[in-house]
Design a protein around this ligand. Structure first.
Ligand code: FUB
Length: 317
């Protein structure tokens, strides 16, 4: 009897202590993008397929996960390969997602087959879990459209934001941050590409709006830390806000996505904390994010347990 209760207590303790981070330990994942749709949160990640001890990224596809409570995650079966874009030669790097007029637009970084350097494509689906098809048949942004730096990987890390007035924006870049308006069709730039001077900007620009304030977060320095600016519009002017998350210990990148879900705010990021994890074997994790009374984003610590369960009413599975 005593033995049985001890076993029950131990079992309960194990259940409570079970870590929710990372989102999955079945594969290595990186570069989170998130969308809240009909009370469910969808997470899009790059799949790090590099071998242990590998010296570069091996990333061939994006994977989709979803959750009703930010703690239990469903892995959806159909990966989105970089080859959804016929003009792409390799590399499913960072992506972002937006919904408009009932369609889901996935913006992804890939390597262009014929225009040297990284490029951004846009794929579309009637469902957040796909299947996605190339929405244009050509890249939306190519390396020859921007000339601020000589590097071939400065047109990466798309972040899409649709403002309350319906105007959509695309933000992207490495070393220099750029943005442009999108046409209502979501698949064409509308007007010039602008650059934004950000202190020690590396990559992973991300725009979100919370209680009327616009927040532009990004990876600063290298190794990267996540910092943010805030401002009165989707195009600034921007004032420095502070550091959200300190750099990782065994991975130089960190790449965040920030969303509100079921009355709370969350930040997704990646680290290298899974066994055999590292620079090219990363893992996406999530934490609750808090704002101060003045709207400042408070610093977030990485945890093993992740956020408390936050069951979204009516969401199942
Ligand atoms: O995953 C490849 C690249 O590493 C991403 O585009 C960057 O944001 C960094 O995470």
């Amino acid at each position: 009897m005593l033995k049985q209760s001890l076993a029950a207590i131990l079992l309960a303790a194990t259940a409570v202590a079970q870590a929710a981070n990372p989102i999955t330990n079945k594969i290595f994942t990186a570069d989170p993008a998130a969308l809240v749709d009909n009370g469910r949160v969808y997470l899009y990640v790059g799949h790090d397929e590099g071998k242990e001890g590998g010296k570069d990224y091996v990333m061939n596809e994006w994977r989709v996960f979803s959750s009703c409570d930010m703690q239990n995650w469903t892995a959806h079966p159909d990966p989105v390969p970089y080859s959804v874009f016929k003009w792409a030669g390799r590399d499913a790097w960072a992506s972002d997602i937006a919904k408009r007029n009932g369609k889901y637009y996935l913006y992804g970084t890939v390597d262009h087959k014929t225009i040297p350097g990284k490029a951004i494509g846009v794929a579309v689906s009637n469902s957040p879990t796909g299947p996605f098809v190339d929405a244009r048949g050509t890249a939306l942004v190519t390396n020859d459209m921007t000339h601020e730096t000589p590097i071939a990987w400065d047109d990466i890390d798309p972040a899409v934001f649709v403002d309350d007035d319906g105007q959509a924006y695309l933000y992207w870049g490495n070393t220099v941050m750029k943005y442009a308006r999108l046409k209502p069709n979501m698949i064409e730039l509308d007007g010039p590409i602008h650059t934004v001077g950000l202190e020690a900007f590396t990559e992973a620009s991300y725009l979100h709006k919370h209680k009327g304030t616009y927040y532009l977060s990004y990876s600063r320095k290298f190794p990267e830390e996540t910092v943010y600016m805030s401002g009165p519009s989707a195009t600034g002017p921007w004032s420095f806000g502070g550091v959200i998350m300190e750099q990782n210990s065994n991975v130089k990148t960190i790449h965040q996505a920030i969303v509100d879900f079921n009355g709370k705010s969350y930040i997704f990021y990646h680290n290298g904390k899974l066994p055999t994890g590292g620079e090219y074997r990363r893992s996406v994790a999530v934490e609750e994010l808090h704002y101060g009374p003045d709207g400042k984003i408070l610093p977030v610590a990485q945890t093993g347990q992740g956020p408390a369960a936050n069951p979204s009413p009516g969401c199942k599975g």
